[in-house]
Design a protein around this ligand. Structure first.
Ligand SMILES: Nc1nc2c(ncn2[C@@H]2O[C@H](COP(=O)(O)OP(=O)(O)OP(=O)(O)O)[C@@H](O)[C@H]2O)c(=O)[nH]1
Ligand SMILES: C[S@@+](CC[C@H](N)C(=O)[O-])C[C@H]1O[C@@H](n2cnc3c(N)ncnc32)[C@H](O)[C@@H]1O
Ligand code: SF4
Ligand code: SF4
Length: 715
């Protein structure tokens, strides 16, 4: 709807929502060109309009919830009644999808907004029609004057401010929330991406899971309802926890909001890591078929759902697959005082400079109005620029890729019976994630360098928040060390493939018991500077190099016995191939893991997988350059084999759970682990856990414990 039609619509909205006629004095044409005051031109129409239900108007069907003035109305008729203020650029976590490991470059403190400046700007925004202010960041709670700021905002209720909200990582929430509430905080959103403490540490590169849970519980205890919990879902990292998170809403009044992973500068986003809203709904419906949609609130970013009978609810923030720009009512203020009219927009205008130059609000209003009028219709333009972004129509291919991820477990719940399939290998969890979290070189480096030293450095820099226990960060991380440290080098004392007469023979493994065996292999292909960017940006004419090579590797592993003469044909229960791109050296590191439950090992399959994946990369890229070198094909580690294997399992534990978790919790597993550690003298013993779960036992819960301890578990 263009011109006067849209304007009429706006007028209808305003008449419905705004009893104060004077607000109309400031309204202008939606084209953004300043014109005569509305009362002169459209008085007649205004008078003829009766109150009526919400009208969706304009090409974007903008829903007006608030009576913001023209200053905050954009050219698409969207009224911006929701201001998000970043209180700090700093953060006490380093979530991989959000911040680089060493944090962001910090603005000098004199350039940051003081609390007085934040309050002055807020007051002006509220006078212009902002009804909701959300404090965010960085991490808002690292700001020392946060309580004073909320107290100051609370003074603006009479001016029209209805809601003061905060989004926090929750690490220090439990302690600070009573004061925040007393100062006037109405709503709280807490971010939590995993229910597995050790995984939390991997994702956020800091400890603190238990603190966040405590923060959520404190918020519930203090009467916040619902407490919204934000979970960014990333394939290969936490997607398998979606149902666990839904189960979390069974008895807790929380609103779990699954967020589609969004691309931001340098956060290594790629479409394969993104799990779309519809895919998540499918996953949940497979377990709870009556999982259903609820009524959304206007302007909500999330689509509300629930499992009937559950206390809490679920939401999906589908910024990528189904954007909600049409009803956008948000603007943002950065910690250094820039106004950002769109989360994805590049344009920012400094309100700080205008404000510091003049005590008069009029100039500020003009600058804000001009910026709001420049706001684009939606962020799709930005997404189209991201070559890797594909609409979730191709969700199937994403799903296909994810099925090769060996560490993930599925929790299958046919009515009343709990069973779970655990495919994790007996390595510390971080190694498993490293294999699955493809292409993330930064994470690889992180685990490979001495984190204690780096944490001490961070503490010295003051990067770690004052009230976070630094000593906690410095704790020994032995638990997470790669198990390969503990596996002695293969004792090649005899060559079993050659018989005494020097002829070849296939070793009879018939007498060996079936045991679970895993192998990890790696290879490197140096592709050179011409080819590297084409692979990285997925621009190779022949197709998606990494996806094709991944499939080639997996297929090759399955056919190893046909190609290597004396190899046994074994049943492979899982195989995964992943890649890490090394920009500096223009090479790709390929890792594979293979798994079987049989009489002989799977290292040949793992080695085959990386070899063929490397050759396939060569094949896909040879038209661009033939200067590629495949090197360093090797076995990284091998586990399993029971008492007859060279790198034998330390122990197999059998456990039976029939009475639910009351009788068996994390400490029990800890106890067993201590016992096995004592028995074997190894810090990370190689343990296979067989579990028989009875009805009423939460398989997912049990799996979390075993996952944390890096146990191989079979149910
Ligand atoms: N596209 C887009 N996504 C946003 C915007 N604001 C928040 N989000 C998404 O919503 C997620 C959760 O943000 P929160 O800080 O909890 O805020 P919120 O969802 O607006 O909170 P409510 O006020 O409870 O609706 C973010 O991680 C983003 O993914 C926005 O302006 N545009
Ligand atoms: C940037 S954080 C700031 C507030 C606070 N530090 C926190 O983590 O809640 C606000 C929200 O943005 C989400 N977020 C950050 N990076 C994201 C990304 N790449 N994709 C989707 N959501 C993201 C976070 O999970 C969090 O819920
Ligand atoms: S806690 Fe929030 S601001 Fe900090 S790194 Fe994580 S998402 Fe980003
Ligand atoms: S991307 Fe921009 S326009 Fe779209 S909802 Fe977010 S802030 Fe609004």
């Amino acid at each position: 709807m263009e011109g006067s039609g849209r304007l009429l619509c706006i007028l209808r909205q305003i008449s419905r929502k705004t009893p104060i006629y004077s607000r109309l004095q400031k309204a202008t044409y939606c084209s953004g060109i300043k014109t005569k005051p509305l009362d002169e031109v459209y008085q007649k129409e205004y008078e003829n309009i009766e109150e009526e239900p919400a009208v969706q108007c304009g090409p974007n069907k903008a829903e007006r919830v608030g009576p913001s003035t023209d200053t905050l109305t954009d050219t698409f008729g969207r009224q911006h009644t929701y201001l998000r203020i970043s209180l700090s650029e700093r953060c006490n976590l380093r979530c991989q999808y959000c911040m680089p490991e060493n944090g962001v470059e910090l603005t000098p403190s004199q350039k940051l907004l003081s609390s007085e400046e934040i309050l002055r700007l807020s007051e002006m925004f509220v006078k212009e029609g902002v009804e909701k202010i959300r404090l965010t960041g960085g991490e808002p709670l690292v700001r020392k004057d946060v309580v004073e700021i909320i107290r100051g905002l609370n003074e603006f209720r009479d001016l029209g401010l209805q809601t003061i909200a905060m989004t926090t990582n929750g690490v220090t929430l439990a302690r600070k929330l009573p004061a925040l509430k007393e100062a006037g905080l109405d709503l709280i959103n807490v971010s939590l991406d995993t229910l597995v403490p050790a995984k939390f540490e991997f994702i956020s590169r800091r400890k603190g899971w238990d603190r966040v849970i405590k923060g959520i519980d404190t918020a519930i205890d203090l009467g916040y309802s619902p407490v919204k919990v934000n979970c960014v879902v990333m394939r290969g990292l936490n997607e398998e926890e979606i149902c666990d998170f839904v189960a979390f809403t069974k008895d807790k009044n929380v609103d779990i909001r699954f967020i589609e992973y969004m691309p931001f500068d340098g956060n290594k986003w790629n479409s394969k890591k993104m799990v779309s809203y519809l895919e998540m709904v499918d996953t949940i419906k497979a377990r709870w078929p009556d999982f259903s949609r609820m009524q959304d609130h206007p302007n909500d970013t999330s689509k509300a759902y629930h499992v009937p009978g559950f206390t809490g609810q679920v939401g999906f923030i589908s910024s990528m697959s189904e954007h909600f720009c049409g009803t956008c009512n948000r603007i943002r203020l950065t910690a250094d005082g820039n106004l950002k009219v769109c989360l994805f927009g590049n344009t920012e205008v400094s309100l700080r400079d205008v404000m510091r130059a003049s005590p008069d609000d009029a100039e500020l209003r003009d600058v804000i109005s001009a910026a709001v009028k420049r706001k684009k219709k939606q962020h799709a333009d930005y997404l189209e620029e991201i070559e890797d972004f594909k609409c979730p129509g191709d969700g199937m291919s994403m799903r296909t890729l994810s099925t090769s991820c060996t560490h993930s477990f599925t929790t299958l719940m046919p009515a009343g019976i709990v069973s779970a399939t655990f495919l994790s290998t007996p390595q510390p969890w971080n190694t498993q994630i490293r294999q699955c979290w493809t292409g993330d070189e930064e994470s690889m480096k992180y685990w490979e360098t001495d984190r204690r030293a780096r944490l001490a450095e961070a503490a010295e820099r003051g990067d770690i928040e004052e009230d976070c226990d630094v000593t906690e960060y410095k704790q020994d991380h032995d638990n997470y060390r790669n198990i390969s440290e503990n596996i002695s080098k293969s004792d090649c004392d005899s060559l079993t493939h050659v018989d005494t007469a020097g002829k070849t023979k296939m070793v009879d493994v018939g007498y060996k018991p079936d045991t679970v065996r895993t192998a990890v292999a790696s290879a490197t292909i140096h592709v050179g500077e011409k080819v590297f960017p084409l692979i990285k940006e997925n621009k190779m004419k022949k197709g998606d190099v990494l996806s094709v090579s991944q499939l080639a590797g997996i297929m090759a592993a399955k056919r190893t016995s046909e190609l290597i003469p004396l190899c046994h044909n074994i049943f492979i229960s899982g195989v995964d191939v992943s890649f890490v791109l090394n920009e500096e050296n223009h090479c790709i590191h390929i890792t594979s893991s293979a798994k079987t439950a049989g009489k002989t090992g799977v290292e040949m399959e793992a080695i085959m997988a990386v070899s063929v994946a490397a050759i396939t990369i060569y094949d896909m890229c040879k038209a661009v350059s033939k200067d590629m070198v495949i090197s360093d094909i090797r076995l990284e580690q091998k586990t399993g084999g029971g008492l007859t294997g060279r790198k034998s399992l330390d122990i197999q534990l059998y456990m039976v759970w029939v009475l639910g978790l009351t009788g068996l919790k994390s400490p029990d597993i800890q106890l067993y682990m201590a016992w096995v550690q004592g028995l074997t003298g190894r810090k990370s013993p190689d343990v296979q856990l067989y579990m028989v779960l009875g009805p009423g036992v939460d398989g997912a819960e049990v799996s979390r414990y075993t996952f944390v301890y890096g146990l191989e578990s079979r149910v």
